[in-house]
Design a protein around this ligand. Sequence first.
Ligand code: OKP
Ligand code: ZN
Length: 347
Amino acid sequence: MRVPVFFHPAQLAFAPELEWFGGEAIAHPETALRAESIVEALREDGSFALRAPERVPDAAIRALHAPALLALYDTAAALPAGEACYPAVFARDAVTAPDPSRLANAGAFAFDTATPLARETRDAVRWSAACAHEAALAVRSGAPLAYALSRPPGHHAGRASFGGYCYVNNAALAVRALKRGRRVAVLDIDVHHGNGTQALFWRDPRVLVVSVHEHPDTCFPFFAGHPSEIGGGAGRGANLNVTEGAGCDGRRYAELLDRHALPALRAFRPDVLVLSAGLDTYRLDPVGRFALDTGDLADVGERIGGLGVPVVAVQEGGYHTPDLGINAIALLDGIRRGLTRAGLAAE
Ligand code: OKP
Ligand code: ZN
């Protein structure tokens, strides 16, 4: 089976230059080149069917995100070329509603200074979301595996919040496209906790969210991702955070999957899995501090495919550009092998 892959060139037009972190400006790790290098590797490989997605319906995005957040992206679309807005004022105790027609109010929606707004942001994130939406539709129509080359990433974006290079929650959009009549589980293997996804399904007992990541005591996003966060209200018990310290290698990671993440997923008996497929657990990643190698990522994929549940893989982080292509292929091939072994004709 050729794995359907969704990507749109308009995702490349947004290219933030800088990230502000801890009072310093660094070159922004979330580059357009990330996606380009994955596209190139998948093309060369030949076992992937690359396509541009259809436009994602506005209603699908509006079901997920607050109107004011989307209005803020519209406001940013009127910025002059080359200008970027970095939120710097975070009015946490404001007594009036933030005004999304004023970029000076962006700090009411942002939770960091790493995630700028520019005129190209809105369209790029819409197409990034469209990839996830379309990959979900492909799996809904029977594909055992589909891959959304989403960029910018999405798992940190909440209903009315953006941050961690994320603006629209692509994986959550895929969940919503699949949810009717199906049990959907999310597995987030990005090295950072998917706080946006966790928040969006916090009270939802019908969507299990599992995230494996570096512990928030030492890693972005710092304020969420602790093992004590298990969901709220009716959703209590439908959220699982599995954490490890910096330096976690492939062996230890496999243990975390086998002992914690996979048993929880199996017990939930999902009809479909949305995989937040971050590649920043890689040993050379400049942002993450885990130590998986390319073979480990293939092994992670095989374990996930071994669940025997169709997978919508949505790209999240991963910043060591030279190896992103081989790592994406390792993960996807691993999933394909695992699915085949589990009896889903994926190869
Ligand atoms: C986004 B995703 C780096 C500081 C951390 C924010 C990290 C966002 C990660 N020097 N900056 O989950 O890959
Ligand atoms: Zn990450």
